[in-house]
Design a binder for this molecule. Structure first.
Ligand code: IPE
Ligand code: IPE
Ligand code: MG
Length: 254
């Protein structure tokens, strides 16, 4: 089955978010250390970015490291940070060549200086690109993000009735991006692990048993095809949707 050919070009999600999970189990299944799984996960990142670009997705957000992941053994955290720096260094020419704009979300200040420097260089170099946005969620926690948004809003002295959903969205680290229409999680886990809790209010969720290092282009297209079979109702009835574009965003007039 060639899933790319099955994709309806008029109904491609603008923003796809992925919880890249299962690297440790993949490595274990090969009798290797967890970090071996992380190294091999880079190929799946390349494949997803390529597939997202070919499918016409405009924003691809990858959950690469959660705020809670700082609690992993120091060797694993250090190895992940090194992997991040080396991957950006080795991939940046390719990203630049392919019109990819690199961006980040999360509590980036927590990252080692070497990571931040490499990320900032990469973001600066690619900031004019528009083919696709590759957004890395690093030291990311949705609750942290909502917490800091509320702090900013309170500090701005805004009055109670000026607080709208849009205002809250503007104070999140995702302020510049549309909400994801599709969220993919690999490795068979069916939880959100503190990822984009506000932004995925109406996202379609897609879970696959595939472990992240095995996730390939076809898997990505398959997820998009699955998404295109869903009826996004935004609280309305199926009958109401017949006369409207079912995948247009919600009309929130109550
Ligand atoms: C996802 O794979 C990568 C990160 C969280 C950094 P895991 O490392 O969580 O792999 P499993 O879930 O233990 O198999
Ligand atoms: C979520 O995966 C974070 C990332 C993919 C970066 P985890 O493997 O850390 O999530 P839990 O601990 O299983 O919920
Ligand atoms: Mg995991």
């Amino acid at each position: 089955m060639n899933y790319l050919d099955q994709i309806d070009q008029h109904n491609v999600p603008k923003h796809v978010a992925i919880i890249m999970d299962g690297n440790g189990r993949w490595a274990k299944s090969q009798g290797k250390e967890r970090i071996f799984g992380h190294f091999n996960g880079v190929e799946a990142v390349r494949a997803s970015l390529k597939a997202a670009t070919r499918a016409g997705v405009k924003y691809l957000t990858l959950y690469a490291f959660s705020l809670e992941n700082w609690n992993r053994p120091k060797e694993e955290v250090d190895a992940l940070m090194n992997l991040l720096v080396h991957t950006i260094m080795s991939e940046i020419d390719e990203l630049d060549k392919n019109g990819v704009r690199l961006q980040t979300i999360g509590n980036i200040e927590n990252l080692p200086l070497s990571c931040r420097a490499e990320l900032e260089k990469g973001m600066e170099r690619t900031k004019h690109h528009t083919t696709i946005n590759l957004i890395l969620a690093l030291s990311y926690s949705a609750r942290w993000e909502i917490n800091q948004a509320l702090r900013q809003i309170v500090a701005s002295g805004i009055s109670e009735n000026e607080i709208t959903d849009e205002l809250i969205s503007k104070h999140l680290t995702t302020a510049a991006f549309p909400d994801p229409e599709l969220l993919i999680r690999t490795s068979g886990e069916r939880r959100l692990s503190n990822f984009l809790l506000w932004q995925i209010a109406y996202a379609e969720l897609y879970f696959t048993e595939t472990l992240w290092p095995d996730f390939n282009e076809e898997d990505f297209y398959k997820a998009i095809c699955d998404y295109q079979q869903r009826e996004r109702r935004f609280g309305k009835t199926s009958e109401q949707l017949v006369s409207t574009d079912i995948n247009s965003t919600t009309d929130t007039k109550l």
